[in-house]
Write a protein that binds this ligand. Structure first.
Ligand SMILES: CC(C)(COP(=O)(O)OP(=O)(O)OC[C@H]1O[C@@H](n2cnc3c(N)ncnc32)[C@H](O)[C@@H]1OP(=O)(O)O)[C@@H](O)C(=O)NCCC(=O)NCCS
Length: 276
């Protein structure tokens, strides 16, 4: 039987989330900031967040931080039927955020941001991690893969044509980051304790060299290229045998501006979303 989140099954809540669903919310950093919106984002910051806000050296980083905070509150409040400002958050010892108030809430989520885009991925009770990277970034993939990748991953990258290498590196990197974020244990996870294997004709699969990660078949990976600029990876602790609906939305937090679409299932769990 399909379980439905009781928190969202109320009169005041607008959005439902079932255990067989994952919601991905994207907010773009506006090129021009509306003063009213800027102030409404500032108003919802806690004192600790305000302090973090002032510590960013660059204006764009400050704004990206504001956008992420507004996205986190707006998105979660939509499922819970409470005001965004009423939510309270906590973090585990490794920094993974979670809802503290309302307590006992079965909604799980993960945040990621890169220059120009903040993403919030939401699931029902399952461990979830999201990572977004800008496709314009030019990371030194050789150095990073030697340092952070499992040996088979680094060897796989070496087999990729030069022209495709950067894109494949970003795919692999975001998948690994998404897994690390879903586990919520930060860099205490040895990065070679798991290996993501890429296939041309089926979704990535994770292999574990350490039993602490549980069963490999309980993890699934989703990938979305959003517009020309962003690659998003999601790791979800949900047996691959179970059905999954993926809803993708763009939003201007704390406004009524929102557009959504259901991503039709396909054999690769990979989608290209031009604009919603
Ligand atoms: C912090 C980390 C979780 C992700 O950092 P990142 O990729 O630089 O940044 P992202 O924007 O994707 O994610 C940052 C968000 O992750 C969340 N986060 C922080 N610690 C987290 C943790 N332990 N678990 C899950 N999520 C976490 C927070 O919401 C944070 O944003 P916020 O502070 O504004 O709320 C961590 O994986 C990291 O430091 N990575 C560094 C690179 C690396 O070694 N990667 C190895 C994989 S190949």
């Amino acid at each position: 039987m399909r379980k439905v989140n009781q928190f969202v099954d109320t009169k005041i809540a607008a959005l439902r989330l079932s255990e067989n669903q994952v919601d991905i919310w994207c907010a773009r950093l506006p090129a021009v900031w509306d003063d009213g919106l800027f102030h409404s984002y500032c108003e919802i910051l806690t004192s600790e967040e305000s302090e973090r806000y002032t510590r960013f050296a660059f204006e764009n980083d400050r704004r990206q931080f504001l956008l992420t905070r507004a996205l986190e509150r707006d998105v979660l409040s939509r499922y819970l039927g409470v005001e965004p400002a009423a939510l309270e958050f906590t973090r585990n010892e490794f920094g993974k955020p979670a809802l503290a108030e309302p307590s006992g809430c079965p909604i799980t989520y993960s945040l990621s941001h890169t220059k120009g885009l903040s993403v919030c991925a939401v699931a029902f009770e399952q461990m979830i991690g999201v990572d977004v990277e800008s496709l314009q970034r030019t990371p030194s993939h050789r150095d990073i893969s030697k340092r952070f990748f499992a040996a088979p991953e680094a060897a796989y990258l070496e087999t990729i044509d030069e022209g495709q290498k950067r894109a494949e590196f970003i795919r692999l990197w975001t998948l690994k980051e998404a897994f690390v974020k879903a586990r919520g244990l930060g860099l205490s996870i040895p990065l070679n304790s798991f290996e993501i294997k890429m296939y041309p004709d089926r979704p990535p699969w994770v292999f574990f060299s350490d039993e602490v990660h549980g069963h490999e078949a309980d993890w699934r990976f989703l990938q979305i290229r959003f517009g020309h600029s962003f690659h998003i990876a999601i790791a979800l602790n949900k047996p691959k045998s179970k059905e999954l609906a993926v809803r993708f939305s763009t939003i201007t937090p704390l406004t009524e501006e929102r557009a959504s679409l259901i991503l039709e299932s396909n054999g690769l769990n990979t989608w290209v979303v031009e604009e919603v």
